[in-house]
Design a protein around this ligand. Structure first.
Ligand code: GLN
Length: 491
């Protein structure tokens, strides 16, 4: 049998379903790969060897009993450490939750279990999903399999690196400002941010509740679509979950793979091209645009004038929501407690716990958010940012009256060296320049590998109207049918 770790989720599920290989064999192959490379990549914060093998055995038993298996049964998956997993450590990349074993599964993880996927473990991330490089993890950075001295993107760098390093064929991420798409772009993998409310936030440790969106990561567009189908759909336990079926993303990915985009109208966003993007990124993007045109798509330029205010608006809204959400980490209810020697007041213990438990970037966000929400400044900062959010949504609505989907490079630059942007927060924030508008609007966006620049992957982003997630899969799969998938140098 050829190397199981090189196969797609679709191929692996087929082999397990036909009995050519077992879920246990598939799982062991991936655990072996993790053991061989993860000391260099550091994609995982926790590997659940026993849990994974038990889940795999259960799939093999169901198959032996003649039960019908789902489309991803027996396929291993890596889960970003932002989602609660019953009895399995969940740190969110923070010291404040070190050692915490949640008493319940998030809805996404529950659906993954029900589908017979095999959770290998939890992946590294920037603390509380705040960052673009995974360097803000309290447990040390993840390394990009394309070049171990470079960042794998963030905040979900662990999930993307696990895919690129062939440690897992599927992964889960969460996207608040780009944390699925940007790591996908810089690791040469596929990352999709579903429509906000299209995937459940129940059990997703909250960063910015009006933006947080869990979603699929994979090495192919079809694999991402299959995963999207499994995790998506209404969840009564999430008050902002959309009570509607998941758009047929799998059919759309298959349609796109035929390589025919006749009748599809795509808009290149003027404000997300040119200024701010590296020449190598723009070259790969332009070449992909030519490819999409050759496949039959009609391409036009579309201006979204308010997108240039997206970054500042995001960096008021997200920290404001985070300052409120993170108030729950008080040293009483979860994880770390510092200085509780019987002589200190509750307030002192809370303060000491938060001082020791949160990293510098998290503290910076809490301070910005607290300031932006404080009386006297609320209207000038938070209120103003909300108005900008409305204008950005109107830009999207107007654009989608003219075109079916919008396209841009996913990121302004390729993976940068570890350490290059940590001293200047603003330089780090710029990594999400092109992904943030979608989050403020609430629509879906996907990053698909589109080429290389100096030997490093470049991603193309497709953005679609809310609840039209299928459209972005069709376009991404069509591009993939021509440019193929990308394999990093051997580790
Ligand atoms: N990089 C952005 C931030 O730091 C987005 C993070 C995310 O999507 N979770 O906030």
């Amino acid at each position: 049998m050829s190397d199981l770790t090189r196969m797609t989720a679709t191929e692996l599920a087929g082999l397990v379903a036909s009995g050519e290989t077992s879920a246990v064999e598939v799982t062991q192959a991936h655990l072996g790969r993790i053991a061989a490379v993860d000391d260099r990549v550091h994609a995982f914060l926790h590997v659940d060897t026993e849990g994974a093998l038990a889940a795999a055995r259960a799939v093999d038993e169901r198959r032996a009993a003649g039960e019908e298996l789902g489309p991803l049964a027996g396929v291993p998956i890596a889960v970003k450490d932002v989602l609660t997993t019953k009895g399995v450590p969940t740190t969110v990349g923070s010291k404040i939750l070190e050692g915490w074993r949640p008493p319940y599964d998030s809805t996404i993880v529950q659906r993954l279990r029900d589908a017979g996927t095999v959770m290998l473990g939890k992946t590294n991330m920037d603390e509380f999903a705040m960052g673009s490089s995974t360097e803000y993890s309290a447990y040390g950075p993840t390394h990009n399999p394309w070049d171990l001295d470079r960042i794998p993107g963030g905040s979900g760098g662990g999930s993307a690196a696990a895919l690129a390093a062939y440690e897992a064929p599927l992964a889960i991420g969460s996207d608040t400002g780009g944390s699925i798409r940007q790591p996908g772009a810089v690791t040469g993998t596929v990352g999709a941010k579903p429509t906000y409310g299209g995937t459940s936030r129940y059990g997703l440790v909250a960063f910015s509740s009006s933006l947080d969106t869990p979603g699929p990561c994979a090495r192919t567009v079809l694999d991402a679509a299959l995963l999207h189908q499994v995790i998506g759909g209404h969840d009564p336990r999430d008050s902002t979950s959309i009570p509607a079926p998941v758009p047929d993303v799998v059919a759309a990915a298959k349609l796109g793979a035929t390589g025919d985009l006749t009748g599809v109208k795509l808009g290149i966003v003027t404000e997300l091209t040119g200024e701010g993007a590296e020449p190598g990124v723009m070259a790969a993007f332009r070449e992909s645009v030519d490819t999409l045109a050759k496949l039959g798509a009609e391409i036009v330029e579309v201006s979204c004038p308010h997108f240039r205010y997206a970054l500042p608006a995001y960096y008021l809204i997200a920290p404001s929501e985070c300052s409120s959400n993170l108030a729950r980490f008080d040293g009483v209810r979860f994880g770390l407690r510092v200085g509780d020697d019987g002589n200190r007041s509750l307030e002192e213990v809370m303060s000491l716990t938060r001082e020791a438990g949160f990293g510098a970037e998290v503290k910076r966000r809490i301070m910005i958010g607290t300031y932006a929400l404080s009386s006297g400044y609320y209207d000038a900062y938070y209120g103003q940012a909300q108005k900008v959010r409305t204008l950005i949504t109107r830009d999207f609505t107007a654009a989608f009256e003219r075109v079916d989907a919008l396209i841009s490079p996913t990121t302004p630059f390729v993976a940068f060296p570890i350490g290059a942007r940590t001293s200047d927060p603003y330089q780090m924030y710029l990594a999400d320049l092109f992904t943030i508008p979608t989050n403020l609007y609430g629509g879906p966006g996907i990053s698909v590998p589109c080429g290389l620049s100096d030997g490093l992957p470049v991603g193309l982003q497709v953005m679609a109207p809310t609840m039209a997630d299928d459209r972005m899969y069709r376009v991404a799969a069509a591009l993939e049918s021509v440019v193929g998938t990308f394999t990093p140098p051997a580790l």
